[in-house]
Design a protein around this ligand. Sequence first.
Ligand code: ZN
Ligand code: ZN
Length: 83
Amino acid sequence: MSLCPLCNGIHTQNIVCPHCTTKMKDGGKIENYYDPYSPYLPNEVLQQANVVDTKQCIHLFYCPHCGYDQHHLADLWLAPDLS
Ligand SMILES: [Zn+2]
Ligand SMILES: [Zn+2]
């Protein structure tokens, strides 16, 4: 079983805005923004969704200063086997 460290709040990704070097914020999983079956989904996102496997979680990072946003593929962590 794997989990996303960003969704679970056990890890924060430090990403700096390429435009203004402000530390970008994690806006959460991209599924929170797009309906995966929406016909209005941008092609770019569709392509990313197609190549992403189950070991990654797509997050939307945004810059609170200039509004720039970008996707980040978070590697999932293997949950410790407690059995
Ligand atoms: Zn996640
Ligand atoms: Zn910025």
